[in-house]
Design a protein around this ligand. Sequence first.
Ligand SMILES: [Zn+2]
Length: 397
Amino acid sequence: MDIIVKERDTFSLYSQLFSVPLDLIVDSNPDADPNVLMIGQAVKIPGYTIWQYTIQQGDTFWTIHNRFSIPIQRLRFVNPLIPPQSLRIGSIIRIPARLDNQPLIRAKEYGFNELERDIDQIKSAYPFITATEIGSSVEGRPIYMLKLGEGSRRVQWNASFHANEWITTPILMSLLNEHLWHLTNTESNSHKERFKTYSECSLYVIAMVNPDGVNLVVEGPTEENRESVVAINNGSDDFSGWKANINGVDLNDQFPAGWELEKERTKVTSPSSRDFSGNAPLDQPESQAMAELANQIPFDMMIALHTQGAEFYWGYEGLEPAISQLYASLFSELSGYRSVRYVDSHAGYKDWFILEFRKPGFTFELGKGVNPLPLNQFSEIYDAMNPVFIQSIKGIT
Ligand SMILES: [Zn+2]
């Protein structure tokens, strides 16, 4: 929400009035000098939106305050020119409303368009978050990364490496959305705990690693790719079992950590809806982007979201650091998911992350059932992962 600076306004005043931490107001307005606010200048208050409301018979600031549960000072503050004693029927006033923290699912499915829409909304609602593109997919869709906080502990969460596991994207986006809500709301009961992490941890969220594959599963083939994907899919136009990127390469089988062993194990030698590890490690733009990202940013932890199995994997060839085990028992306790040290596979992002950086890496298999998991599992998965999300940002101290 934008408000216009008036005489004697300060960021501290806004912070108190709207119950938003001062630091987050400052970080939402990088171009403003907090010590020299100019009258008439627009300032962003994170976590809020403005509704327009038309005054009806009998309305007073008091009745409006009651109806919308909004403190009267806030109402008066964003409507400075409206005399509170004499509201005119039919005139429009502004209602400063805190955004909600509800899960970001509105449609039946969640594809690339939904992701872009939610990223836009989150960026405008919480301007202290940054969005960048770490690369683009085979069909040219951006692979977005959201970043929050400036702390020295760096934590990466990613989702939708696998196309028909797209439910992981709205799960991750909703975890982030709720986190932002608590972060900006000093009245929330988990504000303190979460806000502490803002200065200690930098959180990186890549919510859709495989946008082309997700869109194939969610929206079906396009005119341009129909012929090739149907051929890869053995002539079928049912793409519900499709895990790969649009070239028929399994992006989570692409990393240089036992890549040859994985190729032997899966025995898939050509493009396929699943399990083809490519003609060489990292020969797809999406896996390349994810490898480059980890080479550039020294992540202290990485969590990859997949479905399904209600379990998670955290080891690779004994190379995982000792602290991985501590996190694993904590995560298992918090989520109720089964902790599994080793699985019989190679070349996954988690495998490579552990091999290359010797930092804790996790592959979570969310929910239980047949992929793509139905959205009616959303709440259960969400409740399992929310405490893991918070813990990962807090770290173990
Ligand atoms: Zn998967």
